[in-house]
Structures are given as structure tokens and as C-alpha cells.
Design a protein around this ligand. Sequence first.
Ligand code: GGG
Length: 329
Amino acid sequence: MYKIAVIPGDGIGKEVMEAALHVLEAINVEFDYTFADAGDEYEEISGIALPQETIDVVKNSEACLFGAAGESAADVIVKLRQELELYVNLRPVKSYPGTKSIYNDLDFVIVRENTEGMYIGIEEETEEGATALRVITKKASERICKFAFEYAEKTGRSKVTAVHKANVLKKTDGLFRDTFYKVAEEFSDIETDDRYVDATAMFFITNPHMFDVIVTTNLFGDILSDEGAGLVGGLGLIPSANIGEKTGIFEPVHGSAPRHAGKNTANPSAMILSAVLMLDYLEEHDAARTIENALIEVLSENKVVTQDLGGKASTMEMAAEIRNKIENK
Ligand code: GGG
């Protein structure tokens, strides 16, 4: 029985979480869920976006499923990543059948540094306007690059690309790029290269097959993963894993999408695939493949799918169809 924290959060986060939990009920793995509060809606009633109880619940769990946070994202999910030292943000960009994707054969992974960079949270107003601090440390750069290479080795991937802007951000991204090549020396079996982030944004459109594993800093990773989502059918399809030494938080890359909230029309795939990443993290690989394959079947049939996928199904109808596939195997 795994101890799992569940933070549905805001907007469509609550709807896709209900869908993912419905699907998880169909597999042969037992979970002991503790639900916890965080986000804009909780802040409105309590005055605080991320209560200490929620941090403690996540700390005391083997993993956490997270739906979405709205305007309070910096105070909730970014803070949780920093508090719990979840230094890896793994964001797979993978084409699935039956989706309106620009490319139907993509499979690369963005490894985003998750604890510093532009998201360190040090901003201040000045007489002229405002400033934000960008922090890149040797320690955080080393551990994220090491993770990227180890991940490549473990998953049979052959190339790691560092993405940065070292021609302009000479000190910070210069350090990140140099650290990457230093770490690369320990992984001579893996091909390496590096690209500027602006060129990478273009290559995502013109030649995304050149990428296998990308390792990059916090803000660049956040932006590129939304662009990656655009290549494979949208934000409704991209999951993520925030991983540290002690626990992991699994969340869709999308936000709370307030314009779509309350309608039960959000695509649950990204949240369900985040649960799949959680199962892989817990070494429950058979259960992970069972859910992923059932999702692939439902996407391929393209019948009981949400509007963004060309169908008319609600969030829960699509989740129920995925669960049916698992139960009828
Ligand atoms: N663009 C999708 C979105 O709104 N994601 C939520 C978000 O921005 N989370 C903060 C983060 O991932 O750093």
C-alpha cells in the first residue's frame, strides 16, 4: 500500500484529478490517499496558498499527485519543488495516436532544473521598475546534468543536449554549459551537444527529431515544454514528474485553465500520464504500461475522447472508457 498525497488544486486540476483517480482504481496496486489543500481557491478562504500541513503531507508520502495551481503557482508548486528539493522536472514530449499533433513520431524528454534559475523567487520593485534575480549554482547544474545522463543511460537514449543562452548570459549559462561538459566526461557512451535556447525553439518546429534528452535551466525548460506540447497535440497530453531524493510530485504540464474549469471537458490524458510516471517511479511498471496502453487504445479509437481530441466526451466519460479497457482485458 503506497502512501500518496493528492492535491487537486484549482480549476481543471480538480476535474482531471478525479479522472486519474478513477483510472487508478482499475489497477492491481493499492494506495492510501491523503487529500491536501493548496492553490488560489484555498488561498481565498484561508489567506494562504500552501499551508504547512500540505507540505508535511507531501513530505510524509511516497509520492504526490498534483492537479494544478492558478495564479498562486509560484507560491504552491514552485515552492513545493524548492521546499522538498525536487530538483528534477522530467517532461516527456511523446506523440500518441489519434491526436491532432504536428509530428506523429516524436519521443524526446526535457529535463528541467527545478529549484533555481529565474524561478528562485527573488524579485523586487525598484524606482525604475522591477528586477528579478537568476541564480545558477554549480551544485544544482551538476546534479541536474548528472540526472539527465543517468536517465539517458537507464532508458536507452543515446544523446543529451544542453540548452542555454551562454552567448548573452555569459556567467550563469556559461557555468551551466561548462558544468554540462564536465559531467559529460563521466558518460563517454552518450553523445553530447549544446544549443542556444532561441535556436532550440526554432528546431522544435523545423527538426525536433534531432533531440533525445534535453537538459536545461528552469525558465527555458518551462517554456520549451509548452512548445513541445504544441508539437504533439497540446497541453492536455503532456505529463511531468518532479523528482528529488526522497519523494516525487506528478503533475500535468498544463495549468488550472480557468476558462475551461467547471465544464468537465478538460482532457484528462496529461494527469493520467502523470499517474503513469508516478507508477514508473514507484517501480510499478506493469501497472504503468496497463494504464498507458489503455489510454493509447482510447486515443487510437478516437471515439470516447474530449473535444480537443476531436470528440464529444466529458473528462469523466473519457476516464471511464480508459478504465473499461483495463477492466475488460
Ligand atoms: N503553461 C502551462 C501552465 O500554466 N502551467 C502551470 C505553471 O505555469 N506551473 C509553473 C511551473 O511549471 O513552473
